[in-house]
Design a protein around this ligand. Structure first.
Ligand code: NAD
Ligand code: DAU
Length: 332
């Protein structure tokens, strides 16, 4: 059992991981989260205060981070500005949170010799050809496209430099697109589900041929715990569950599962610089550490996610109007 400092633990994946770490693996957790527009304290509801301490604060706050890292056995770093469309509208917060925030954490784990796991994204590798069979591996060269993915790539490079130059005890994981309960309504799948629930037609960027490699957040959390507990220091592990689908098929599936006509959606302006395809080869994680995804059936996972949004309007509804106002301004 460890005492984990989980940054970004009130966000989509960080809150899922916190439940996982406490309830399945028996760790105690301190969450450090700034509660930006993307953080929600309710996502941690139900966890006992004996096992979970919540600290509202910023990962760029050197004194606060130093104190919390000093008390931890390991840090699992999820906190980030995470949405590509926001990074295109206003990149600066991405530099602060993703680059400076990671730097502040690295300096603290260096000072206190604390184990560090950095949660990153497959987007650092750029994109793949639409029709190809090539997938990302740990050896793929970095080639980020958006301000978001460039800042995540920058944060990965900082972690690698701190491992090599200062001997920091760190691992990195790069995961593909997550879905599941508690995801902010700005993201693709929850946006379309909540659109249907609000009587708005789903919105598909461009032709909708772009491909994403979907994984359930539960499987991501289990993989991060596996890397934290069994991963080799200094190594990078890709996380993915062989879930490639094009966006158009996903919208059509959502509509069908929600009892609507499969073509009841609108095409809207494409995202500038829109990455074509992501695909993960997770062989290293599977063979070296024995991790396997449990949510193998995307359609079942999506149906359960739709049920969750139908049953948890109180959680997502307050963010819906502002999110749609932002998209309307972008023509999306
Ligand atoms: P999210 O936007 O849902 O949550 C981010 C959390 O970080 C929020 O609770 C927010 O309040 C907090 N935060 C932001 N800036 C902060 C700061 N300066 N100090 C403290 N807290 C701050 O994001 P998510 O989708 O849960 O992603 C979590 C991590 O996983 C990110 O690092 C992201 O790059 C990575 N990731 C996400 C996906 C995905 O599909 N969502 C896939 C791969 C990797
Ligand atoms: O690959 C991992 C990344 O996945 C994470 O690092 C990011 O934090 C996470 O946000 C996600 O990035 P994407 O840009 O792939 O996710 P998003 O949900 O924004 O969009 C998924 C796809 O759907 C993408 O091709 C754009 C498209 N899209 C998105 C929205 C919001 C639409 O067609 N319509 C929409 O309304």
């Amino acid at each position: 059992m460890m005492h984990l400092l989980v940054t970004g633990g009130a966000g989509f994946i960080g809150s899922n991981f916190t439940h996982h770490a406490i309830l399945r693996s028996g760790h105690d957790v301190t969450v450090l989260d700034a509660l930006t527009y993307a953080g929600n304290r309710e996502s941690l509801a139900g966890l006992s205060e004996d096992r979970l301490r919540f600290v509202q604060g910023d990962i760029t706050d050197t004194a606060l981070v130093d104190e919390l890292v000093r008390q931890a056995d390991a840090v699992v770093h999820f906190a980030a500005e995470s949405h590509n469309d926001n990074s295109l509208a206003d990149p600066r917060p991405f530099l602060e949170a993703n680059v400076v925030g990671t730097f502040v954490l690295l300096e603290a784990v260096r000072r206190h010799d604390v184990r560090f796991h950095h949660v990153s994204t497959d987007e650092v590798y750029g994109d793949l050809e639409l029709d190809g069979h090539v997938r990302f591996t740990e050896e793929t060269a970095y080639n980020p496209s958006s301000p978001y993915s460039a800042t995540k790539a920058g944060s990965d490079m900082l972690v690698r430099a701190w491992i090599r130059s200062f001997g920091v005890q760190a691992t990195i994981s790069n995961c593909s697109n997550n879905y599941g309960p508690f995801q902010h309504v700005e993201k693709f799948i929850p946006r379309q589900i909540t659109n249907v629930l609000c009587g708005i037609r789903p919105k598909l960027y461009g032709a909708g041929t772009n491909v994403r490699d979907w994984i359930h957040a539960e499987d991501h959390s289990a993989a991060v715990l596996t890397v934290l507990e069994k991963g080799r220091i200094g190594e990078t592990y890709l996380i993915g569950a062989d879930g490639e689908r094009d966006n158009k098929s996903v919208v059509e599936l959502i509509l069908t599962l929600m009892g609507q006509a499969a073509d009841a959606y609108d095409h809207v302006l494409d995202r500038p610089g829109h990455d074509l395809r992501y695909a993960i080869d997770a062989t290293k994680l599977r063979t070296e550490l024995g991790w396997e995804p449990r949510f193998a059936d995307f359609e079942d996972g999506l149906a359960a996610t739709i049920d969750w949004y139908r049953d948890h309007r109180d959680w997502w509804y307050p963010a819906k109007a502002a999110t749609e106002a932002f998209y309307a301004k972008q023509g999306q």
